[in-house]
Design a protein around this ligand. Structure first.
Ligand SMILES: Cc1cc2nc3c(=O)[nH]c(=O)nc-3n(C[C@H](O)[C@H](O)[C@H](O)COP(=O)(O)OP(=O)(O)OC[C@H]3O[C@@H](n4cnc5c(N)ncnc54)[C@H](O)[C@@H]3O)c2cc1C
Length: 415
């Protein structure tokens, strides 16, 4: 009797499995239907890999040039999963010590070109989007200096005067009585009011601001989708092959795509598809505190040549950086946070930012994002093969430069 029951169970199981397999093929071998093939996965004019600021702004500018283009963005995350929704939400174009360092590193002309891209990019964001929609606030940006630090504060006034002189005509900042308003001023006298510890000098720029970067990504998504751009999430490009008529694109799904042109906007992850490019991932770690009663400042702040950055989010403190504490281990695409960096940031908060004797605030959230760096601090905007282009290596400036990177990329592509 037992044997008969066992045979019946096995027979029922086989029947059930085959029925189920027929009706619901397993997802990983899901074949594409005729209808899907002729719509979602039909050949495109342009496929963009990466739904961060660069991919989205380039789709936006391409559609602006030619509204008839058929564009699809492929994004491997369930939501955009690079730096664009995971940064600190600074709308900044460079601090005094950072720009003076850039002059040494790449010469005055390159520094001016990069700052102009950043400044113009920030203007473009404010022109295209409503400030309230992206929570844009222009509280200004500050740089903090300590005596004996990497920057010689005795040079501060001289460097401010130099930068104001060379930058104002290039950026075309607003004028008063026929003269450009200064881009930077020495505001050392404000240190006490702001409550910082062991800080000896302070530079200020009224032209810097802050925003909610995920709201900007969402606004861009909405804007490109309204123009007819398709975004496919959970779709990772594994490889591509350029041929006479365009490019064949292989994904993690059964769905592969054909496009006349392919644009790779994967920034810190660029090496996965383009192993020979000079792009190194660099993790940026951040935390945000619970509300701090009587937080003494509003604005964006930089310290140690930009390796530390903080801002207010309402009356919370958002603090990030300290990558220079552990360069080797921070060259990673891992989205975890590390004890060493988080502890360093907490110490920085207590010993520099908050007034002496402050109670340690609760940390509400900790996260990280992946930036794309290289030997020089300039994006790579290139045609790599027939019909294949890339716009990567935003060097930690992508919030600001993405709109201008997009315009340059569009000039290279056919539309
Ligand atoms: C902590 C932190 C602070 C920052 N601070 C500033 C700042 O103050 N000012 C500033 O201007 N910038 C700042 N940045 C940098 C800025 O956020 C980035 O430069 C910008 O977001 C890069 O945009 P992107 O579109 O090039 O790349 P990403 O936003 O990284 O987008 C790339 C996308 O490609 C996708 N992808 C990768 N590989 C594949 C694949 N094979 N198939 C499909 N999809 C793929 C990823 O999932 C990702 O969504 C900061 C970044 C971080 C992390």
């Amino acid at each position: 009797m037992l044997i008969v029951c066992q045979i019946v169970i096995v027979l029922l199981f086989v029947l059930f499995e085959s029925e189920l397999g027929y009706l619901y093929p397993k997802l990983k071998v899901m074949a594409i239907s005729l209808w899907e093939q002729s719509t979602y996965y039909a050949p495109k004019d342009v496929v963009i890999i990466g739904c961060g600021f660069v991919g989205l702004w380039t789709a936006y500018e391409l559609m602006h040039k030619n509204p008839k283009l058929n564009i699809t963005i492929l994004e491997r995350g369930v939501i955009p999963s690079g730096a664009s929704t995971r940064n600190a939400g600074f709308s900044c174009f460079g601090s005094v010590s950072e720009l003076m360092y850039d002059v040494q590193l790449m010469g005055e002309a390159n520094m001016l070109e990069t700052v102009k891209m950043r400044y113009d990019g920030l203007q473009r964001i404010q022109k295209v989007f409503n400030k309230a929609e992206i929570e844009y606030d222009q509280f200004g940006g500050y740089e903090l200096f300590e005596e004996g630090g990497p920057y010689d504060i005795r040079k501060l006034d001289e460097d401010i005067a130099y930068l104001n002189k060379v930058l104002a005509p290039v950026l075309k900042t607003p004028k008063k009585n026929g003269k450009y308003l200064p881009i930077y001023t020495n505001e050392t006298k404000q240190i006490k009011k702001l409550g910082f510890q062991k800080i000896n000098a302070l530079a200020f720029s009224p032209f810097e601001g802050q925003l909610n970067s995920a709201k900007l990504v969402l606004a861009l998504q909405k804007a490109v989708q309204a123009k007819g751009v398709q975004i496919l999430f959970n779709t990772e490009v594994k490889k591509f092959k350029s041929h006479a008529k365009g490019v064949s694109i292989k994904t993690n799904l059964e769905a592969n795509l054909e496009a006349k042109q392919l644009l790779i906007c994967t920034n810190g992850f660029a090496k996965q598809l383009l192993p020979t490019l000079d792009v190194v991932p660099a993790r940026g770690q951040v935390f945000v505190t619970a509300p701090i009663p009587n937080l003494k400042f509003k604005g964006t702040f930089h310290f140690d040549e930009g390796f530390y950055y903080f801002r207010n989010v309402g009356n919370k403190l958002l603090l990030g950086g300290a990558r220079n504490k552990d360069f080797k281990n921070e060259k990673t695409t891992s989205l975890e946070t590390s004890k060493l960096i988080q502890k360093t940031l907490e110490e920085f908060m207590m010993k520099r930012i908050l007034p002496k004797g402050s109670k340690k605030p609760k940390i509400e959230l900790r996260w990280s994002g992946t930036m794309g760096m290289g030997k020089i601090k300039k994006p790579i905007i290139e045609q790599l093969q027939p019909n294949v282009y890339c716009a990567v290596r935003m060097s930690g400036m992508g919030v600001a430069i993405a709109p201008m990177v997009a315009q340059k990329t569009v000039q290279l592509m056919k539309h």
